[in-house]
Design a protein around this ligand. Sequence first.
Ligand code: AMP
Length: 363
Amino acid sequence: MKPEPLPPGSAIGILGGGQLGRMLALAAAEMGLSVHIYAPPGDNPAADIAKDATLAAWDDEASLARFAEAVEIVTYEFENVPEATARFLAARRPVHPSPDVLAVAQDRLAEKTMAGALGIAVAPFMPVDSGANLAVALARIPPPAILKTRRLGYDGKGQARIDRAEDASAAWAAVGGAPSILEARVAFATEISVLVARGADGAMIAYDVTENRHEGGILHTSTVPANVPAAIAQEAVGIAERIAVALDHVGVLAVELFVAADSAGAPRLLFNELAPRVHNSGHWTTDACLASQFEQHIRAVAGWPLADPRRHSDATMENLIGADAGRWAEIASEPGARLHLYGKAEARPGRKMGHVNRIRPRT
Ligand code: AMP
């Protein structure tokens, strides 16, 4: 069904107050829409530039009800919003993507099971609920492996590498004994991601596939074009589109994949995880495409036509983490560099403070 587009002047509610919300708010402002941020009190860089902000707990139903009254639709910039919060709001206003999508994305076991059910290849995995269970799982999925908490993991947090069977109890302690999955470690050649946007009417666009490098579990750079064969890039886009359709997703969806090798040495894609929102690996779209992932997400959730995602330049995005942001003056004077800072108060180690898009002529 084709939704009625939200007219300029309407208010969009965004759950979460981080940098993704800030960049969504900037994009919404360019479209004449206003943003109301809902986030727990703290350092909320999105609230600095939004028209309205409610700083309250995720379970504060009176504040949530007032927030719902003040906006036309609700979306989120952070997938660890409690599912109950999303459901409370969905009873009052349209929430995109739906709380059902949020529930899948919050649980590594659910997302990998969903991918497997769609016939998408994933690294061998097994759920683990106890130390004894981990020993059983390691007999089926021998080291090298990774133990990952099912919930609330990000930027390499909630993960423990298992190089030898003897590492099992240390790994179980490292994840705090939380329900987890054991996953075979993939000897990947490259990590890539795909960003698609899907409207409530089923229309879809895809950005060019991005090549990602991580350092210490945190995304360091994203480069387009990705150095992968065209057929692999096309297959990756097809996987992301299949997931978006299966979830009846509305908004931007990011899908992260490993490019590994099959037994004959040919490249082979393995699904890693999804994010039901704009994603760090899509930040280059702001400066290298006709329309950014942020505009695309706002358009999708507001029922506007999706924008042309065409890429006019090659680009490398570098995250500015912790003290890296101290290089701002040097980066600001670099030709071809577009600097984005998030206005965060304190540059703690591991904290994403900003990013720079280095733009090159399209090859
Ligand atoms: P994740 O939070 O699952 O995206 O993991 C963060 C990063 O850890 C990934 O981007 C990879 O660089 C690495 N990683 C995660 N899972 C695996 C795996 N099964 N094999 C090899 N590296 C992995």
